[in-house]
Design a protein around this ligand. Structure first.
Ligand code: ZN
Length: 92
C-alpha cells in the first residue's frame, strides 16, 4: 500500500474526508441468515426455495438471490441508489 493510499484510508476511517457523506449503498445492515440469501445468480434455479432474484444496478452487474421481504427490498433499493448518476461535488 502506498503512502497516499494509507492517508486516504486513514481519512476515510476517521470520517474526515471532504467528499460528503457515505453513499447509502455502504450502509451496513444485518447479515441475513436465510439459506442462500445474497448469493450471486449462477444458474436459473435459486439455491434455496422461495428466493427472489434481484438484478444488479448497472448493465452486466451480477444479479443475486435474496429471501423475500426485507432483503429483497433492501437489495432493490441499493441497486436503485447505485443507478443514480453521481454528480461530482454535487453531494450537498
Ligand atoms: Zn435474506
Amino acid at each position: 500500500m502506498s503512502e497516499t493510499q494509507r492517508q486516504a484510508r486513514l481519512a476515510w476511517n476517521k470520517g474526515l474526508t471532504g467528499k460528503g457523506r457515505l453513499p447509502a449503498a455502504a450502509t451496513p445492515f444485518e447479515v441475513c441468515a436465510a439459506d442462500g440469501c445474497g448469493t450471486p445468480v449462477v444458474g436459473a434455479l435459486p439455491p434455496a426455495a422461495g428466493l427472489v432474484q434481484v438484478r444488479g444496478a448497472a448493465d452486466g452487474a451480477a444479479a443475486h438471490w435474496y429471501c423475500p421481504g426485507r432483503c429483497t427490498v433492501l437489495a432493490r433499493t441499493r441497486a436503485e441508489i447505485r443507478a443514480i448518476p453521481r454528480r461530482p461535488g454535487g453531494d450537498r
